[in-house]
Design a protein around this ligand. Structure first.
Ligand SMILES: [Zn+2]
Length: 123
């Protein structure tokens, strides 16, 4: 994983004051400990329920979905599974609430482990 680039936080319209910070986290497969995602998350505390596709930095097979014109709805998203052991970690979903409509993955409890990212640029 030392060959991963350093990622800078994205500024987007979803990033608003929710009483928390925004940071990058690394998400690992619980069964095999493979790095699954580098992800930008608001609110550092609490469970990770969803991963929005426009906040995924790594790997390319997931981070590219946001800019893929063929991806128009959740049915166009592949399931999120571990590239190493194949475990299913996230299920495609459309998050529609508070006027937001965002494609995301509903993260399956117990299938992943999250840690502070080692790939975040220094602030
Ligand atoms: Zn795995």
């Amino acid at each position: 994983m030392g060959d991963l680039p350093v990622y800078r936080l994205r500024r987007d319209r979803y990033r608003r004051a929710r009483g928390g910070n925004t940071r990058l986290i690394d998400i690992y497969c619980a069964p095999c400990n493979e790095l699954l995602l580098v992800y930008q998350k608001d609110m550092p505390r609490g469970k990770l329920k969803r991963c929005y596709i426009d906040r995924i930095f790594y790997p390319e097979r997931f981070s590219s979905l946001h800019n893929d014109p063929k991806v128009r709805g959740k049915d166009d998203l592949p399931p999120m599974s571990c590239g190493k052991c194949g475990a299913l970690v996230g299920v495609p979903m459309l998050y529609a609430k508070h006027g937001e409509h965002r494609l995301a993955y509903g993260m399956l409890d117990g299938r992943f482990v999250k840690r502070n990212s080692t790939h975040a640029a220094a602030k």
